[in-house]
Design a protein around this ligand. Structure first.
Ligand SMILES: [Zn+2]
Length: 253
């Protein structure tokens, strides 16, 4: 049974010493992955990994905390990645008002998100969205756009999740749910048919590995926690979330 880590960063420098082994550990346990870009360089590296491994796909995007005041024109640079056959999404892109308090930069994030939303729509690719403490602004920008995607690393209540579910989005949960009860209500109430699992490795290591660097093979811990909260077998969680990931990103796995 294949599991897909729908959001991880094996291209990051944290894996420079042992990237091959980390990827092998995941593939050996049938964990496939979507390697998510966060800027031009990391999107390029994600594409390179996707070319090297059949079971790794890539996405290209600019993380909201990487948005700078004088942002270079980005569209053409990213468009070249978006057209690559292993690039399955635009992202991660979005808004982060938790880490970026500066109003000018927050406005720049909005401007960039609008541009990436348009890029995704015109290339018919789903969005991988990063959002922290900016859900209302994000919803406003998405408006009634006919766009699909995932709200990755979801950290709000079910009332907020519902607004994204109503727009057709999937909700992505990761290791956070293994070490806090804060999002249990969102996990329990989000239909399994609209749930994705992810690690966001190298960050947000799940229990029982807290304190260690995260890696894609740990994604099973997220599935186990969802199974526990929903009181269903873990196989049901892995099977359905894999189906969801294949469907959202149009993968043939
Ligand atoms: Zn990420």
């Amino acid at each position: 049974m294949t599991i897909i880590d729908s959001h991880c960063h094996p291209q990051f420098s944290q894996y420079d010493q042992d990237r091959e082994e980390v990827i092998k550990r995941a593939l050996d346990t049938n964990v496939h992955m979507i390697c998510v870009g966060t800027d031009l360089e990391m999107s390029q590296k994600a594409v390179e990994l996707s070319e090297k491994y059949d079971s790794i796909w890539a996405s290209a995007g600019l993380h909201p905390t990487e948005v700078s005041e004088v942002q270079e024109p980005t569209r053409a640079a990213y468009e070249k990645f978006i057209k690559h056959n292993k690039v399955v999404a635009v992202g991660e892109v979005g808004l982060d008002y938790y880490r970026i308090k500066d109003k000018i930069l927050q406005n720049k994030q909005k401007e960039m998100f609008i541009e990436f939303l348009d890029l995704a729509m015109s290339n018919k690719k789903p969005l991988i969205i990063h959002c922290r403490e900016a859900y209302d602004d994000l919803l406003k920008i998405i408006g009634n756009s006919k766009i699909s995607g995932v709200i990755h690393s979801f950290t709000s209540d079910f009332k907020t999740a519902e607004k994204f579910l109503a727009k057709g989005f999937f909700i992505g949960f990761n290791g956070i749910i293994t070490f806090t009860d804060q999002y249990n209500e969102a996990v329990i109430n989000t239909p399994l048919t609209r749930t994705l699992i992810e690690t966001d490795a190298p960050y947000l290591t799940p229990e029982p590995y807290r304190g260690k660097r995260n890696e894609p093979s740990y994604v099973i811990e997220v599935a186990k926690k969802i199974a526990e909260l929903k009181n269903i077998p873990v196989e049901e969680v892995t099977e359905q979330t894999t189906k969801n990931t294949l469907k959202l990103f149009g993968l043939n796995d």
